[in-house]
Design a protein around this ligand. Structure first.
Ligand code: ATP
Length: 323
């Protein structure tokens, strides 16, 4: 009897999830195993939406954003009863291990399953890059490049009209995308959830930018910052007579997620998928496959869940020097 494993994607979709599914399926099949795909994350696991995949099922998906398996948020999986149903469904099909491709919440669910004695492996995947256990998670690089393209375009139009712009980027409570895209795009200022913002200080930065002869000013705001795009626009509008300028804002939103994965994410996804299959073969369960210092790592889920990776204060300092 061939070994049977299953793979699912959960939480927010991230560019590269498809490449990771493809890798798990093809690397599993290469070992002579049967690989099942679970539709719609943990919800599909509970509903029994579990289908055998062939190498053809994952053909032509490497370059596609999103996830062919679908993803969902599932409150029922947060209950013991829900997870028991999921385990029953996998046992009925003879599935011996599960690979969960997802972010913080998804890996908490994965750990909860592991604590009930089910063999699991996680793959670090979220555009937020807030997962402890991986320097960089799947989807981050592509999302960053999408944010960067928006910054570059906004700068062109801002320069033509001598305007000030705010660009809001995703990342929930983590400012990684805002910080890194702001650094890479040469933003005049960046607001982050991790650091308090004084709007008067920001106004001064914008005024100084104009005084120094800049033809535009751009603030990158993290969606989770106290001063996100809405709050900043409100503040600047309220004080526009005194400050002498107003801001226009663009919210990038889900545009950041949908892009075709770049080379970095496709390679990372392929490596993560392979590592997950090898990890199952070695019966090294309850770990998160990630990458630290260019090396593929296996961090116990117990050390991952309930924690959030912070931003690097040295990068914050650098962004301030360069703006
Ligand atoms: P992203 O960070 O990219 O948005 P995520 O994986 O953090 O993705 P969440 O919505 O936080 O996304 O979690 C996805 C799903 O994981 C939840 O809908 C739920 O089914 C499951 N989950 C989250 N936390 C737990 C938990 N503590 N116990 C069991 N299941 C959980």
């Amino acid at each position: 009897m061939p070994k049977k494993i299953a793979v699912l994607t959960s939480g927010g979709d991230a560019p590269g999830m498809n490449a990771a599914i493809r890798s798990v399926v093809r690397c599993g099949i290469a070992k002579g195993w049967e690989v099942f795909g679970v539709k719609n994350g943990y919800q599909g696991l509970i509903n029994g939406q579990i289908e055998l995949m062939t190498t053809r099922h994952v053909g032509g998906i490497l370059q596609r954003g999103g996830t062919i398996l679908g993803s969902a948020r599932c409150a029922e999986f947060e209950t013991v009863e829900g997870r028991k149903k999921a385990i029953r469904n996998m046992n009925q099909l003879g599935i011996e291990a599960l690979v969960v491709i997802g972010g913080n919440g998804s890996q908490s669910g994965n750990f909860a399953l592991h604590q009930m004695g089910y063999p699991v492996v996680g793959i670090a995947s979220t555009i937020d890059n807030d997962l402890v256990g991986s320097d960089i998670t799947l989807g981050v690089d592509t999302a960053l490049n999408i944010a960067l393209e928006a910054i570059d375009r906004l700068k062109v139009t801002a320069s033509s009209h001598q305007r000030a712009f705010i660009l809001e980027v995703m990342g929930r409570k983590c400012g990684y995308i805002a910080l890194m895209s702001g650094l890479a795009g040469g933003a005049e200022a960046i607001t982050l959830p991790e650091i308090e913002t004084d709007p008067e200080e920001l106004a001064e930065t914008i005024q100084q930018a104009y005084e120094h002869g800049k033809s535009h000013a751009l603030i990158v705001a993290a969606e989770g910052a106290t001063y996100n795009a809405a709050k900043l626009t409100e503040y600047f509008d309220k004080h526009k007579e005194r400050l002498g300028f107003s801001m226009r804002s663009t919210i990038l939103g889900h545009v950041q997620r949908g892009g075709a994965p770049g080379a970095y994410d496709r390679i990372l996804a392929s490596q993560f998928g392979w590592a997950a299959v090898e990890t199952i073969e070695q019966k090294n369960y309850g770990v998160l496959v990630g990458q630290k210092g260019n090396v593929i790592t296996h961090t116990p889920l117990a050390d991952v869940v309930g924690k959030t990776k912070g931003i690097d204060p040295e990068v914050v300092r650098l962004a301030r020097i360069l703006d």
